[in-house]
Design a protein around this ligand. Sequence first.
Ligand code: ATP
Ligand code: MG
Length: 464
Amino acid sequence: MSQIGDAAITPQKLFPELIPREAHNMRNSDLSPNTLKVLQHLITKGYKAYAVGGCIRDKLMGSKPKDFDVVTNATPDQIKECFRNCRLIGRRFRLAHITFGREIIEVATFRGHHDAEPATQASTPEEPTNNKPNPRSKRKIDDGVLAKKNEAGQLLRDNIFGSIEEDAARRDFTFNAMYFDVSDESILDFAKGLDSISSRTIVMIGDSAIRFREDPVRMIRAIRFACKLNMRLPDVLSLSIQKHAYLLANIPPARLFEEVSKLLLSGTGEATFVSLLKHNLLSQLFPLLAALLKDDSSKEYQFICNMLRNTDKRINNDQRITPAFLYAAFLWYPMEERAQELMFDSTMPLHDAINLASAEILQQQSRRIMIPKRFSTPVREIWALQLRLQRRQGKRCLQLLTHPKFRAAYDFLLLRASVEGGNLLELANWWTNIQEVSSNQQTKMVNELPNKSPRKRPKRKPKK
Ligand code: ATP
Ligand code: MG
C-alpha cells in the first residue's frame, strides 16, 4: 500500500475508498448548476468526470463550496470538442476554461507521473476515438515539451496525462484527493482525506521535501488551509516548510499574485500573516516589509495586524475588499522610509519623494509578486492621497471628499492613526468629523484651522 504523509517516497498511484452517498452530505445541488452541466455533459459523451478539490473538502467541513474544480480523462482537445464555449489556457499546466456568462468552469485532465513518462518532445498527436479517450494522448504545446523539471526538482511544465489513480497521487494534501461523482453522488477518497478532515490535521501526500521541491507554492497552500480551515499543521510539516521556504524564490512573480491574494484574503488573514512569519515565508513574499518587522510590538507589525483584522471582519461580513488596500498597507512603511531617504539624500520635496519612492517600491515588490496595474494604480493613489489629506488649508481640500479613492485613503489614514496616534489621530478625527456636518459647517472647520503648512522635512531616522 502506498504510504501517505512524510514517507520516503511519493506514491505513484493511490487506490480509492468508495464513500456512498448515504455516508456523507455532499449532493449534486451543492455544485453550481453550470458545474453540474459540464460534468453531466462529459459523462454523456463517454468520459469520466468528477468534481474535485476544495468544493468537496469545504462541504465536508461544513462550509459552502464556492469554487468548483472539474477533472476528467478527456484531454484538453477532447474537452474543447465537447463545448462550444471552451478555451484552452496555460502552458505550465494546460487546462480548459468553459465560460457561462461570468462563471468560468475550470476543467483539468488527469495528470500522470513524470517518471512514468520521461520529459520528452511530443510525438505525433494520437487521434482519440470519441468514447475511448487515450489518457496518454499527447498534443504539441508550443515547443512540444510536455514535462520539464529544473535541477531543484521543480515542475516547470506539467502536461503528462494519466489515470485517476495517478492524478490522485499528484495532488497536494489528502483532503484534496477526493473525487465526487455526480452520477451517483458518491465520493472516491484516494488518500484517507476523510480521516484528515475528522482529525483536523493537514496531511501531505508523499514526502514533503520532494513535494515542496516539485512545487514550492504547496507551502503557501499548507499555511492557507491550516489557517482558513483551522486545522493542525503537524510539526514535521511545519519544520519542512521552514526549511524549504527559500524555494519560493523560484516561483514566477506572476503566479504568486493569485496565490498570495487567496492567502491573505481568506477571512483569516491575521493568523495567516503570523504563520507566514513563523515559517520564514514572509521574507520570501514581502522582503521589504519583513526587513522592517523588528518584533510584534513594532508599529509596522501592529499596522499590518490591524489592517488584516479589519479585512478579516469585512470578509466575514460579506463586505467589499480589494487587494489594492492590502498591498498599500504591506508596502507603506517601506515606501515611507524610501521617501525619507530620497528627501535627505537629494533636496527633493516631499511630494516628489513620495512619487519616486512609490514607483521604486512597487517595482521592487513586483520582482517577487507581480501586482497587476489595476491594483498598483490604486495603491499609488491611496499613498498620494495621504499627503493631500494632510494639507487641509483652503477650501479646495473639501473636494477630496468626492474623490473616487477618498474612502480608501481615509480608511488608510485611520489605520495609520491607530498605530501612530499623535497628530495623525487629530488629522483622522478631523476627517471623520467633516464628513458628518453640513457644508456650511465644513467651510467653518476649514477656516478655523491654524494657518500653517505641513512640515516638509521630517526628522531623519537614525540609520540602523
Ligand atoms: P480553493 O479553491 O478553496 O482555494 P482548492 O484546493 O480547490 O482550494 P485550487 O487551487 O482550486 O485549490 O486547486 C484545485 C485542486 O487542485 C486542489 O484541491 C488540489 O487537489 C489540486 N492542486 C492545486 N494546486 C496544487 C499544487 N500546487 N500541487 C498539487 N495539487 C494541487
Ligand atoms: Mg478550488
